[in-house]
Write a protein that binds this ligand. Structure first.
Ligand SMILES: [Zn+2]
Length: 331
C-alpha cells in the first residue's frame, strides 16, 4: 500500500480545509474533534486517501510486444493484451476506475462496453485496497479475479492498519476473488505464460508475485517498493524478515535483462532490487539490536538508526521515523 502516514493524512486534511485551525493533538483525538469534523463524509480518512491517490494520472509504458505497464493512481498495473483478451495485474483505487477503464479500452479491452477484446483475468498481488479496489467493476465487465486464498480471507474481514491508523470494513462479496490458490497458479494467453507464486508472509500474508515468462517481466507486488522505504502490514501477517526472504526469491528469478515492476515506484532492474534487499537487511539488523537491548518503540525511533539511509530511501511516503516504526512492529 502506498498510502501515506497519519501525519501526511493530517496534512492532506489540513490542505482540504478540514480542521485547518485545529492543533494536531486535537484532530488526533476523536473525543475533542468538533462534531462537524465527524459528520461530513468527505472527511472520512480512507475516503480522503482514495481521493488523493485516485487523482494521480495514469502513465503507460510498453514492457513487451503485448505487455503494458500502467503507473499512477495506487501503484503499478500490468496489462497483457491481445486476441485472447486482457489479463490485468492489480487494479488501482476505486476513484481511478474511469481512467483505468479508458486505459484498458485503449489496449483493446472491452471494459467500457461496446466491444473490444474480452477482459479475461484480473490478478491481485495482495489484499490491500489500492490493489483490489476495482475487482468488482472488472468482474462485472467479464473478468475472473484470481488471488491467493488469504486475499479472499483478508478482504472478508475488517482491518486496522498500524502506522497509518486506518480502518477498513470487509469488502462486499462482489469484490472478492472468484478463483483462489495457495502455492502456485499458471495462466496462458496471447502467447505468454504467467506464473503466479505465493510468497511466505512478507508485505502481508496474501502476497503473490507474477512472472511473465516470454517478456521476462516480474511483477513483485508490494514486496518491493523501488527507491523508497516500504510499508509492511504486520496486522495481516507482514514481516520484515519475510520481505528480505521475498526479495531474495525475486532475485533468484531475475537476470540482468529482467524488467521488475515494483508495487510502488519506478520500473526496476535486478541491480535496483539488490540495493533494496540490502537496505532492508541493514534496517532489520539495526532495529533488531535496539529491540534486543530493551529499547521501546519510541526509544528506537528517538535513536534515529536510519539517518544514513534516509537520503536514498526516505523521499517516499514513509520517512526514517515511520520506517523504524514499521520495522519494529514487524520483527
Ligand atoms: Zn500493499
Amino acid at each position: 500500500m502506498t498510502i501515506g502516514t497519519r501525519r501526511e493524512w493530517l496534512r492532506t486534511m489540513a490542505a482540504l480545509g478540514a480542521g485547518a485551525l485545529l492543533p494536531r493533538s486535537l484532530i488526533k483525538s476523536r473525543s475533542f474533534a468538533p462534531s462537524g469534523l465527524r459528520r461530513q463524509p468527505a472527511q472520512d480518512p480512507t475516503a480522503a486517501f482514495r481521493a488523493q491517490i485516485g487523482a494521480v494520472p495514469i502513465q503507460a509504458r510498453q514492457l513487451g510486444e503485448n505487455l503494458t505497464l500502467l503507473s499512477g493512481p495506487g501503484g503499478n498495473v500490468v496489462v497483457l493484451h491481445g486476441a485472447d483478451g486482457l489479463v490485468v495485474v492489480d487494479t488501482f483505487v476505486a476513484s481511478a476506475w474511469p481512467k483505468l477503464q479508458e486505459s484498458l479500452a485503449s489496449l483493446g479491452g472491452g471494459a467500457g462496453g461496446g466491444g473490444g477484446a474480452p477482459l479475461k483475468f484480473v490478478i491481485n498481488t495482495h489484499w490491500h485496497f489500492d490493489h483490489t479496489d476495482n475487482n468488482a467493476p472488472l468482474h462485472a465487465a467479464g473478468a475472473t479475479v484470481v488471488a491467493h486464498a488469504n486475499t479472499k480471507r483478508r478482504m472478508s474481514e475488517p482491518h486496522h492498519l498500524a502506522v497509518l491508523e486506518l480502518d477498513f470494513p470487509p469488502s462486499p462479496a462482489s469484490a472478492l476473488p472468484q478463483r483462489v490458490f495457495t502455492d502456485r497458479y499458471t495462466l496462458e494467453a496471447n502467447g505468454e505464460r504467467l506464473e503466479l507464486s505465493h510468497v511466505p508472509p512478507a508485505h502481508t500474508d496474501t502476497d503473490v508475485t507474477v512472472r511473465f515468462e516470454h517478456a521476462n517481466v516480474l511483477h513483485a507486488g508490494d514486496v518491493y517498493f523501488n527507491g523508497r522505504y516500504p510499508y509492511i502490514d504486520g496486522n495481516t501477517g507482514g514481516r520484515v524478515d519475510g520481505m528480505i526472504a521475498a526479495s531474495d526469491r525475486l532475485l533468484s528469478r531475475a537476470d540482468s535483462d529482467t524488467k521488475i515492476v515494483p508495487g510502488h515506484g519506478p520500473l526496476a532492474t535486478r541491480a535496483d532490487l539488490v540495493k533494496y534487499r540490502d537496505m532492508l537487511s541493514i534496517a532489520a539488523d539495526r532495529v533488531r539490536k535496539l529491540k534486543a537491548s530493551g529499547k521501546s518503540l519510541e526509544e528506537s525511533i528517538a535513536a534515529k538508526p536510519f539517518t544514513d539511509l534516509d537520503g536514498d530511501w526516505g523521499s517516499g511516503r514513509y520517512k526514517g521515523d515511520d520506517f523504524v516504526r514499521i520495522v519494529y512492529l514487524t520483527l
